[in-house]
Design a protein around this ligand. Structure first.
Ligand code: FES
Ligand code: FES
Length: 156
């Protein structure tokens, strides 16, 4: 398993049945991923596993022993500083509880679509609930981040 670009010690057998969310928070001390529902419905625990945004409350450690995992703590080093900056600039963060998961969903989208449409952003955020109703600002921030990462336009 690699987390945020660095190898981590192979989880001991006793930890293979832990939820990835708990392993990240309680064993590795990466508390960015948040528990909301614990049932795969709110998206606050979303991390990126092998390039896909996934809810870490529904993944067991034993399922990702060979995976590349990215959490919000590693987003800037993975090239998503502009996305985080855009969320700040657009004032897209209110209480903040959903934001690590939202950022990971948006980052995974930007890694596969350099200039995503509103429909693609909507689809990417389908599993992320925000109680502070800032979705329009999420969209604006993703568009800003896409422009910042690829100033010459789509596909650059
Ligand atoms: S805590 Fe994982 S989806 Fe809600
Ligand atoms: S910013 Fe508060 S839940 Fe999203």
């Amino acid at each position: 398993m690699r987390v945020n670009g660095a190898p981590v010690a192979t989880p001991v057998q006793a930890d293979h049945g832990l939820r990835l969310l708990d392993y990240l928070r309680e064993v590795l001390g990466l508390t960015g991923a948040k528990e909301g529902c614990g049932m795969g419905e709110c998206g606050s625990c979303t991390v990126i596993i092998d390039g896909r945004a996934m809810t870490s409350c529904l993944v067991l450690v034993g399922q990702v022993l060979e995976a590349e995992i990215l959490t919000v703590e590693g987003l800037a080093a993975a090239g998503h500083g502009p996305l985080q900056d855009a969320f700040v600039a657009r004032q897209a963060v209110q209480c903040g509880y959903c934001i690590p998961g939202v950022l990971n969903s948006c980052a995974a989208l930007l890694d596969r679509e350099s200039d995503p449409s509103d429909a693609q952003i909507c689809q990417a955020l389908d599993g992320n609930l925000c109680r502070c109703t800032a979705y329009n600002r999420f969209y604006d921030a993703v568009h800003d981040a896409a422009a910042a990462r690829h100033p010459n336009g789509a596909g650059a």
